[in-house]
Design a protein around this ligand. Structure first.
Ligand code: 6GU
Length: 271
């Protein structure tokens, strides 16, 4: 996947893109990340990228010309048209499902806003999708763009083992089970005995129940989207969960149907 980032602060990407999995994904050819300085697309001698808002008000707005020139010039460097995303606190909140959708795009272009935002006409003309990373305000879109790059890159084929992705939090709307490694006893704290039993069936059942219990305790809202079988549901009900599919019916009373009248009786009163 190719990702072009448009920013006024390219240095913010240096550390994250050159560390750990994002670094390896690029070295292995899964990710081609290119960070572009919007200021390089200005034409005035002061390299102006912002201006005061029409109508007045606080703060500055990112000018249309440098951004539009950057979007068009960078788009044209590859025959694949990019899926253009603007990072903004008023966008759709990023979820694992959105990351899964973005993973299928051959090319993304991430536009990072600063100041009070960008000229609305850039959004109207060029932007396909607007994303936020949560309900709080950052100084700009750069950290959000890095969050998108990280969440999507780890889903690209070959970047992370399929096993690691299978049971992680949010992949199936359940949180993860707790993990332990050696030593088995640390400062008198033991690990759950079942994990040392060698009984793989029992371990899998324990982990499933841990995932269900954690999700119920910490993020009960997620349970509405999870695939739950009847055993999962019974366990969650035992914890106090209100099962939307469970209706406690009073035992049905057996009321015998009245016997049909003899046909002769009906014929007799027919006229
Ligand atoms: Cl995408 N940008 C800014 N400036 N703040 C944010 C955000 C984005 N997402 C959450 N807060």
């Amino acid at each position: 996947m190719r990702v072009d980032v448009l920013t006024l602060f390219p240095a913010m990407f240096d550390g994250p893109l050159n560390t750990s999995i994002l670094k390896r994904a690029q070295a292995d050819g899964h990710l081609d990340a290119q960070v572009h300085d919007i200021r390089a697309y200005t034409t005035d001698k002061h390299h102006t990228c912002d201006d005061t808002p029409f109508g007045g008000g606080a703060g500055m707005v990112m000018k249309i010309a440098p951004l539009a020139a950057a979007i068009e010039a960078i788009s044209a460097t590859d025959e694949r048209p990019p899926h253009v995303i603007y990072l903004t606190p008023d966008g759709t909140t990023l979820t694992q499902a959105i990351a899964q959708e973005l993973r299928t795009q051959p090319r993304l272009m991430l536009i990072c806003g600063h100041y009070e935002g960008i000229d609305e006409r850039v959004r109207t003309r060029y932007v396909h999708q607007e994303l936020s990373i949560g309900d709080y305000v950052l100084t700009g879109g750069e950290l959000a763009a890095l969050v998108v790059i990280d969440a999507v890159t780890r889903l690209l084929d070959g970047v992370i083992s399929a096993d690691s992705l299978a049971e992680e939090s949010h992949s199936d709307s359940l949180l993860e089970y707790p993990h332990y490694t050696r030593p088995a006893v640390w400062q008198e704290m033991d690990i759950p005995a079942v994990l040392r039993s060698g009984d793989h069936g029992a371990i899998a059942r324990w982990r499933r129940l841990q995932r269900l219990e954690r999700t119920f305790q910490r993020r009960p809202d997620l349970l509405a989207h999870a695939q739950l079988d009847k055993h999962d549901r019974a366990f969650l009900r035992s914890l106090g969960w209100h099962d939307p599919l469970w209706t406690e019916r009073p035992p049905r009373k057996h009321t015998p149907k009245p016997l049909p009248e003899p046909s002769s009786a009906r014929h007799d009163t027919a006229e």
